[in-house]
Design a protein around this ligand. Structure first.
Ligand code: ADE
Length: 243
């Protein structure tokens, strides 16, 4: 997979691209990341990329021409047609289902917005999607691009060591993940739940399911989709609701 990032702050990506799973994915050749300075696609002497908003108001807006020029250039560069995504707090919320979709693309272009926003004609005529990483406003799209990149890299088939660990974790089945414990058995007086020490795989599986359901019900009830639940799950949710 190839990910092109269009940004006014290329230096922002220097160390994140070397570390952790993104770094490993790049070194293993599972993903190629190319960073492009938006300012290079400006044509005036001052390398202007922003301007005041029509209609008045505070702040500056990213002009459409440099971004359009960059995208027209990138479209000519291999490997073939990209999925173009604008990172913006006005976008569609990123979730694991969207990450999965993006991770299957051969090529992504991530545009990092800045200032008060990006001229709407870029979103309307040059982008396939607009994505937000959460209901808060960042000073630029760069952290959001890194979030997308990290989430997408770890789903590349060649990257994560243990394939089943991707299916069991939070959000893969729409629920928050059950809690994890490791040694010591007693930490500062707090013991590990007994059931995890029994070696009874069926009881462990059942306990984990209960934990996942009750935690999701308590803190993210909106994630629960009845269609994905077994009769046992539904019974458990009825019990939790009574508590
Ligand atoms: N740019 C600024 N805030 C953002 C957010 N929450 N998500 C994506 N891009 C952004």
């Amino acid at each position: 997979m190839v990910v092109d990032i269009l940004t006014l702050a290329p230096g922002y990506f220097a160390s994140p691209l070397q570390e952790g799973m993104i770094g490993r994915g790049i070194r293993q050749g599972a993903i190629r990341v190319r960073i492009f300075q938006l300012r290079e696609f400006s044509t005036d002497r001052h390398r202007t990329v922003d301007d005041r908003p029509f209609g008045g108001g505070a702040g500056m807006i990213l002009k459409p021409e440099p971004i359009a020029r960059a995208l027209n250039f990138l479209r000519q560069v291999p490997p073939g047609p990209p999925q173009v995504v604008l990172l913006t707090p006005r976008g569609r919320p990123l979730d694991q289902a969207l990450v999965k979709k993006l991770s299957g693309k051969r090529r992504l272009i991530l545009i990092c917005g800045r200032y008060e926003g990006v001229d709407e004609r870029i979103a309307a005529h040059y982008c396939h999607d607009q994505i937000s990483i959460g209901d808060y406003v960042l000073s630029g799209g760069e952290p959001a691009a890194l979030v997308v990149l990290d989430a997408v890299v770890r789903l590349q088939p060649q990257v994560l060591g243990c394939p089943e660990s991707k299916d069991e974790e939070s959000y893969e089945d729409g629920l928050l993940e059950y809690p994890h414990y490791t040694r010591p058995r007693i930490f500062e007086g707090h013991p590990v739940p007994e059931v995890l020490l029994t070696g009874d795989h069926e009881r462990v599986r059942h306990w984990r399911r209960r934990q996942a359901l009750s935690r999701t019900w308590e803190i993210r009830p909106g994630l629960i989709r009845e269609e994905g639940l077994t009769p046992d799950d539904l019974q458990l949710i009825r019990e939790i609701k009574k508590r």
